[in-house]
Design a protein around this ligand. Structure first.
Ligand code: GLN
Length: 540
């Protein structure tokens, strides 16, 4: 029987609830339990694919092609598993399912109501995710904070599940304790209020994770305990970790969280034997001192709710994983490609970096600057890794400047280019024309077969691999011969559909682009081979 641990937020959002959820999962899986994690987003969007990453952070993609919240990526990185599409729930997808069922007479003539039918659909989805993973524990993170109208039906679903199985459900509140600068001390009142709000919804938290800039002291632990009706040992300190999120499970264990959870469920304790590798990885990450400078070239996006590090979370984590494994301390700089358009001479700044990455992207802004950056890396032999758009634009640059195909472009930017070196497949053209944009890109895992003797093959050390995709455009096969004749070779191909997966430049220390998003599969304990090869080249 699966046990459910609901994680809700108090006081404010953006305090690392996803990483906290992932960390709880990690400490349970390190004890040998089978753990899965589900993210609930209270948006009406059916998936995250239609949301701008500056609004909502990175769009993560699962093996089976679900476009979801970046927290699903955190779960995968911490748990070291691939999660299925079932593990991402939005209000939109729940309402859609309820309405579809109603249209199909699935409610057999009854009145369909917000309560209980919507929470019932949520419960069905959660039980399904549990069964599919054969999980001992299911972590369920409810987006937003308690007290919002938006996530009420999900809190309600959690309450109903507790009623259904009192011994099988636990509630964790991730709350925030501010330290106002005028006072210089940690305040517990907002947390008390968050608990009261939860209580009014019929839920008493079993465990409180106290997020703050600093560790919780004993007097405050006691205060939260008394006012929030939670034993002091169930109030867990969760101080800032200054970038090294992988330390959090270790901190939680230091505060006894794993044992407490098992005790509460009445489960006999198991040692956390599988935490050793993880702890060693964290120590290595903390110890590496020799810097490696990586520049990420992209378009600048102002000051939205989400920072660049949120919008490119997996890329940044993949760089870190590979750098640590290679004994380097990653120094990542965001470079605004538009400055290479307005001030072409500033391109020289790229020579200060050990390696350059152009990550995934959409649309025309900053594209000319990216193409200039690619040209510079190609000519000055700076290690270059292109991810999706980063491959497509490398093809454009090479076609124009080496193959001398004047005006070559991707049809995403110039639909009438004389040389559509990157274009859409017919089925994608139909989607665009019919405005069927949600969930209709080439999404999820596709296999890639290598050409023998290439850098890509050597990096992976396998004959065939599978990587996750999220794009509408492809390298145009009509131009492959010309590109290859001039030295930009196709080193990986999708054999089922004869599509370019990876290309690399002959005679360059490392100039490689992939149509996929390898960053999505990098794990702290298993750095991605392409990122590792890139960092290796950058070290030189
Ligand atoms: N805009 C490009 C496409 O749709 C690249 C997408 C990406 O980088 N993920 O094909």
């Amino acid at each position: 029987m699966a046990r459910f641990i609901f994680v809700a937020g108090g006081v404010m959002s953006g305090i690392g609830k996803g990483v906290a959820t992932a960390s709880i999962g990690k400490i349970l899986s390190a004890r040998g339990f089978r753990v899965t994690a589900v993210k609930i987003d209270p948006y009406l969007n059916v998936d995250a694919g239609t949301m701008n990453p500056t609004e909502h952070g990175e769009v993560f993609v699962t093996e089976d092609g679900m476009e979801c919240d970046q927290d699903v990526g955190n779960y995968e990185r911490f748990l070291g598993v691939n999660l299925p599409r079932d593990n991402y729930i939005t209000s939109g997808s729940i309402y859609q399912a309820v309405i579809n069922r109603e249209r199909n007479l699935g409610y057999e003539g009854r009145t369909v109501e917000l309560i209980p039918h919507v929470p019932e659909e949520v419960m069905r989805r959660l039980h399904h995710a549990a069964a599919k993973a054969k999980a001992d524990f299911v972590l369920v993170e409810i987006g937003g904070t308690v007290g919002e109208y938006q996530n009420t039906v999900f809190i309600e679903a959690a309450r109903m599940m507790k009623m259904e199985s009192p011994a099988g459900v636990l509630f964790v509140l991730v709350s925030y304790l501010p330290v106002p600068s005028v006072l210089g001390e940690m305040k517990t009142k907002p947390t008390q209020q968050a608990v009261r709000t939860m209580n009014s919804m019929g839920i008493q938290p079993d465990i409180i994770l106290a997020r703050s800039t600093h560790a919780l002291d004993e007097p405050r632990k006691k205060k939260i305990s008394v006012f929030c009706n939670v034993a002091a040992r169930d109030v867990i300190s969760a101080p800032d970790v200054h970038g090294l999120i992988y330390r959090i499970p270790l901190n939680f264990e230091k505060d006894g969280l794993g044992n407490r959870i098992l005790e509460k469920f009445g489960i006999r304790k198991k040692a956390n034997g599988k935490m050793k590798d993880w702890a060693a990885m964290v120590r290595r990450a903390e110890r590496v001192a020799t810097p490696i400078k990586i520049g990420i070239v992209g378009k600048y996006f102002g000051t939205g709710a989400f920072t660049l590090s949120d919008s490119y979370l997996s890329v940044i984590e993949a760089i870190k994983h590979a750098a640590w494994a290679e004994g380097r301390k990653p120094e990542i700089t965001w470079l605004n490609s538009e400055t290479y358009e307005t001030d072409p001479r500033s391109i020289k700044e790229l020579s200060k970096f050990d390696g350059i990455i152009i990550p995934g992207g959409f649309g025309s802004r900053g594209v000319d600057g990216k193409i200039r950056a690619i040209k510079y890396c190609r000519e000055k032999k700076i290690p270059y890794l292109g991810l999706c758009y980063g491959l497509q634009l490398a093809v454009v640059e090479f076609a124009r400047n080496v193959c001398k195909l004047k005006g070559a472009h991707t049809t995403e930017i110039d639909a009438r280019t004389a040389h559509p070196v990157v274009h859409t497949l017919p089925e994608q053209l139909m989607n665009i024309q019919e405005k069927k944009m949600g969930g209709s890109m080439r999404l999820g895992a596709y296999i890639c077969e290598f050409k023998k003797g290439t850098k890509a093959e050597r990096a992976y050390g396998e004959r065939m691999v599978s990587e996750r995709h999220r794009h509408r455009y492809e390298v145009n096969n009509d131009y492959r011969d010309q590109l290859e004749k001039n030295g930009f070779i196709v080193s990986g191909l999708n054999p089922e559909r004869n599509l370019v997966e990876i290309m690399e430049l002959r005679g360059h220390p490392f100039f490689l682009g992939t149509q996929a998003h390898p960053e999505l599969k990098s794990r702290p304990l298993h750095p991605h081979p392409l990122f590792r090869a890139f960092i290796k080249a950058a070290k030189k």
